[in-house]
Design a protein around this ligand. Structure first.
Ligand code: C2E
Ligand code: CA
Ligand code: CA
Length: 455
C-alpha cells in the first residue's frame, strides 16, 4: 500500500516532466493525458445518465470507458508506452463498437455517434505517426473499415439479437460518408508523410528493437603491452532496406526523439547477457566492458533505479563495468548528475569521460565528479603529428590525468607510430583500428580466447 502511494506521489511529482518540452514522446504523453481526462469526464456523465435510466448494461459500458480513461491518464506517466498504446487503441475501438451496438435508444441521433470513430481514425493516423507500421497505418485503416461497416449497415444489438438498420438510399449515403472520411485520412497520411530523412529514421528506429535489428559490436581496448583489458560496446543498426546505418546518424535522432531511453536499456541488458555468456565459456577472465551513456539517459528520472534493477539480474560484478559519458553531460543539472555518478561509483562502476578535449571542456569537472578514466578524442589523437595545438592538448591531458591518478585512454589509434608515440608520452590505454575494429560478438571471442590463453 505504502509503495503504491509512493509511486502515485512520484507520478504526480513528474507531472511537469510530461507537460514541458516538445519531444514527440512528450507530445504523445500529453495527448494521452488529454484523451484520458476527456474519457473520464464523458464516461462519468454518461454513467450518471444511464444510472438514472436504470440501464445497467450501458452503465457497465460507461463504467468501463471511465476506467479506461483512468488507465489512459496513468499511461501518460508510465513506462512501456508502446505496449500501452496497443492496449489503449484497441480498447477504445472496442468500446466505440460496443457503444454503436448497445447504446441504441436514440436511433435517430445514431449518426452523431459515428463521429467518435472518425475522430479515432484521424486522431490515430496523426498521433501514432511515429509508431509501428501497424499502429500508424493499419490501425487507422481498420477504424475506417469499421466506420464504413457501421454507417452502411446501422447494425445494433437489441433484445438478444443483431438488427440491421440499413439507411435509405444506401449507395448515396455510403458514398457521401466514404469519400469525405477517406479523403480526411489520406490528407492526414499525406501531410504527416512529409518526412525528412531524420523523420524516416525516427519512425523506423521505433521498430528496430522489436524487429531485432540492433546488434552490439565490441571494440577491444588494450594496455601498453597490447594486452586486452576489455571492450567498448558499440551499437549497430541493420536496417532491413537501407542496410547498415551508423550510430553517428541514428544516435542523435534517438536522443532527439527520446528513443535513446529504450535503446540504452536494450544495450545494457544485451551487453550484460553477453558478458554472462562469455564468463560461462571463459571463466576467470575479468575483462572490463564500457558502455556509452547518453546525457538524456543519465538525466532520466528512472535511470538509477532501472539500471540497478538490471544489474541485479546478472551475475556481473559492477567493478567490471565502465560508463562512458561525454563532457556535454555536465551542462545538465550538475547536482543530479553528480549524485548518479557517486551512487554507481560507490557500487564499483567506473566512469570515463569520452571524447575528452573537444566538447564543453571544464577541467573542474574532473575534480567535481567521481571520474576514473579520460578518453582523449580521436580527432585530437589523429592530428598530433601535424597540428601542434592538438599535440599539446594531448600531451598535457596525459600529464594532467596521470597527475590526478586517472586512467587515460587514447582512441582512434590507426598505426604503430601513434601507439609508440603516445605510449612514450605516458598514455597507458589504447583503442583503435590498429588493434581491431569494432567486432561482432562471435569475432570478439577470438580476442578473449587469446587473452585467456596468455594469462
Ligand atoms: P564513441 O563513443 O566515441 O565511439 C568510438 C567511435 O570511434 C566508434 O564509432 C568507433 O568505431 C570509432 N573508432 C574506433 N577506433 C577508431 C579508429 O582507429 N579510427 C576511426 N576513424 N574511428 C575509430 P561508431 O561505432 O560509429 O560510434 C559512433 C558514436 O556513436 C560513438 O562514439 C558513440 O558516441 C555513439 N554510440 C555508439 N554506440 C552507442 C550506444 O550504445 N549508446 C550511445 N548513447 N551512443 C552510442
Ligand atoms: Ca565511447
Ligand atoms: Ca569517443
Amino acid at each position: 500500500m505504502i509503495s503504491y502511494v509512493m509511486s502515485g506521489y512520484t507520478r504526480l511529482r513528474n507531472l511537469p516532466f510530461i507537460l514541458r518540452g516538445d519531444s514527440p514522446e512528450k507530445k504523445l504523453r500529453l495527448t494521452l493525458l488529454i484523451a484520458g481526462v476527456a474519457s473520464i469526464l464523458a464516461g462519468c456523465y454518461m454513467l450518471l445518465v444511464n444510472f438514472g435510466r436504470d440501464n445497467f448494461t450501458l452503465f457497465g459500458l460507461y463504467l468501463f470507458s471511465t476506467l479506461l480513461g483512468g488507465y489512459i491518464s496513468l499511461a501518460a506517466f508510465s513506462n512501456g508506452l508502446t505496449r500501452n498504446l496497443y492496449i489503449i487503441t484497441h480498447a477504445l475501438l472496442g468500446i466505440i463498437v460496443l457503444l454503436f451496438l448497445l447504446d441504441n435508444q436514440h436511433l435517430s441521433g445514431k449518426h452523431s455517434e459515428y463521429n467518435y470513430l472518425i475522430a479515432l481514425t484521424a486522431g490515430a493516423a496523426l498521433v501514432l505517426r511515429l509508431q509501428s507500421v501497424y499502429l500508424s497505418r493499419v490501425f487507422p485503416l481498420i477504424c475506417l473499415a469499421v466506420y464504413l461497416f457501421f454507417i452502411s449497415t446501422g447494425l445494433i444489438w437489441e433484445n438478444g439479437r443483431f438488427l440491421l438498420n440499413i439507411p435509405q438510399e444506401t449507395g448515396f449515403y455510403f458514398v457521401n460518408c466514404f469519400i469525405p472520411v477517406s479523403a480526411l485520412l489520406l490528407t492526414v497520411f499525406t501531410y504527416r508523410g512529409n518526412y525528412s530523412e531524420t523523420d524516416l529514421i525516427k519512425r523506423d528506429l521505433a521498430d528496430a528493437i522489436a524487429h531485432n535489428q540492433l546488434e552490439i559490436y565490441y571494440q577491444p581496448q588494450v594496455d601498453s603491452e597490447r594486452r586486452l583489458i576489455g571492450f567498448e560496446a558499440l551499437l549497430r543498426w541493420k536496417h532491413p532496406v537501407k542496410g547498415f546505418i551508423a550510430p553517428g546518424v541514428f544516435i542523435p535522432v534517438a536522443e532527439k526523439s527520446g528513443l535513446i531511453i529504450p535503446i540504452g536499456r536494450w544495450v545494457l541488458e544485451h551487453m550484460l547477457q553477453q558478458m554472462e555468456a562469455w564468463d560461462r565459456d571463459y571463466p576467470g577472465q575479468q575483462l572490463l566492458f564500457s558502455i556509452n551513456i547518453s546525457p538524456l539517459q543519465l538525466m532520466h528520472r528512472d535511470f538509477t533505479q532501472e539500471t540497478l534493477l538490471t544489474l541485479s539480474h546478472y551475475k556481473i560484478r559492477p567493478e567490471r563495468l565502465k560508463f562512458e559519458i561525454t563532457e556535454t553531460t555536465f551542462i545538465y543539472d550538475q547536482p543530479r548528475i553528480s549524485n548518479v555518478i557517486r551512487h554507481f561509483s560507490q557500487l564499483g562502476v567506473k566512469w570515463a569521460i569520452d571524447d575528452f578535449g573537444v566538447g564543453y571542456s571544464s577541467l573542474k569537472s574532473l575534480s567535481d565528479f567521481a571520474i576514473d578514466d579520460i578518453k582523449i578524442d580521436k580527432s585530437l589523437i589523429m592530428h598530433i603529428f601535424e597540428n601542434t595545438s592538438a599535440a599539446i592538448i594531448v600531451h598535457k591531458t596525459i600529464e594532467l590525468s596521470r597527475a590526478m591518478g586517472l586512467n587515460v585512454l587514447a582512441e582512434g589509434i590507426e598505426s604503430e607510430e601513434y601507439f609508440e608515440h603516445l605510449r612514450n608520452k605516458g598514455c597507458h590505454l589504447f583503442q583503435g583500428y590498429h588493434f581491431a575494429r569494432p567486432l561482432p560478438a562471435q569475432e570478439a571471442v577470438s580476442w578473449i580466447k587469446k587473452s585467456v590463453g596468455a594469462a
